[in-house]
Write a protein that binds this ligand. Structure first.
Ligand SMILES: NC(=O)C1=CN([C@@H]2O[C@H](COP(=O)(O)OP(=O)(O)OC[C@H]3O[C@@H](n4cnc5c(N)ncnc54)[C@H](O)[C@@H]3O)[C@@H](O)[C@H]2O)C=CC1
Ligand SMILES: O=C(O)[C@@H]1CCC=N1
Length: 274
């Protein structure tokens, strides 16, 4: 892929995930910068990946052609305002936001009218090259900028463009926030398995290997629906049927739907507030 000089502004969890995936995919460390106010996270990024680091956002930004805006949504305005001032505008730089809850029009305001912007929504499995990223850009963003963002995110997993900006909020519910849903489910299973006498280590092994196997089964069998895969495990009159009946009695689908709706509502609420 094209290897533009790429700066991450904000060096937290998501930046680490993305940089790790990029380096594993062969993106040159020398082309990557990370900026953060505190030193500790930067030092560990430099030690682990050999990238350039700085505590000065303007230094990283001025050296790079593409910037990933990777601070918490609530910090975005406070981060961008001094950066716009010190650079005197972003010129021809491509700005890639990974933030939940900040619309392109708000970003345009926060960047003093810069409109070379792409909104993305990755997730933390990017750390392992197993990420899922949604992307959205307005019509004026040209093909080479779209391709660059897509290829960058494909270095760390799979991608999906959404045509409407609100689609990013739906991606948050289905992918950005979703690793946490699976972790929560695994936590609940582990807790119960431990209560039944397994050690924490044994419970984790049972659950992690099963989750991994289930995800691989889905990937390896595109011809089968999720319901068909479930049916293959569910013998008539057997044990799985009883577990599934118990979940369905509690209306698991409704619970999941409510949780995903709550994630979208929060994203929209942030978009209205920030
Ligand atoms: N954690 C996740 O699973 C995902 C997070 N995101 C988005 O990624 C963004 C970052 O999230 P995380 O990495 O989880 O947060 P984080 O809190 O781990 O990292 C944010 C970093 O920004 C730094 N920072 C704060 N103010 C700054 C400033 N003025 N200039 C430069 N750096 C500054 C903080 O010191 C911190 O290291 C958020 O906008 C979030 O919505 C998107 C997808 C998934
Ligand atoms: O919880 C959040 O707001 C961020 C966005 C998606 C995952 N983490």
């Amino acid at each position: 892929m094209e290897q533009r000089k790429l700066a991450f502004i904000g060096a937290g969890n998501m930046t680490r995930s993305l940089i790790s995936g990029l380096i594993q995919a062969g993106y040159p460390a020398d082309a990557i910068w990370a900026a953060n106010p505190s030193r500790e996270k930067l030092d560990s990024l430099a030690a682990d990946f050999g990238i350039h680091i700085t505590q000065d956002n303007a230094e990283a930004a001025s050296r790079c052609e593409a910037l990933v805006l990777a601070v918490k949504p609530q910090m975005m305005a406070a981060m961008l305002s001094p950066l716009v001032q010190s650079l005197g505008g972003f010129g021809d730089k491509l700005l890639i936001s990974i933030a939940a809850g900040i619309s392109l029009s708000r970003l345009e305001q926060m960047t003093g009218g810069h409109d070379k912007l792409v909104r993305t929504m990755p997730n933390t499995p990017s750390l392992l090259g197993l990420g899922m990223t949604g992307l959205h850009a307005k019509a004026h963003i040209d093909e080479s900028d779209r391709r660059y963002c897509e290829q960058m995110m494909q270095c760390v997993g799979k991608t999906l463009w959404v045509s409407e900006e609100d689609g990013i909020n739906q991606v948050i519910a289905a992918a950005g926030s979703a690793p946490a849903y699976f972790f929560l489910f695994m936590e609940a299973m582990a807790e119960h398995a431990e209560k039944q006498g397994f050690s924490a280590e044994q419970a984790r092994l049972l659950i992690q290997q099963t989750a991994l196997g289930a995800a691989h089964m889905v990937e390896a069998n595109p011809q089968l629906s999720l319901a068909e895969l479930r049916a293959q495990v569910t013998s008539k009159g057997g044990t799985t049927a009883e577990a599934i009946r118990s979940f369905q009695e509690q209306d698991l689908n409704k619970l999941v739907g409510q949780a995903m709706t709550a994630a979208v509502a929060r994203a929209r609420e942030l978009e209205a507030q920030l």
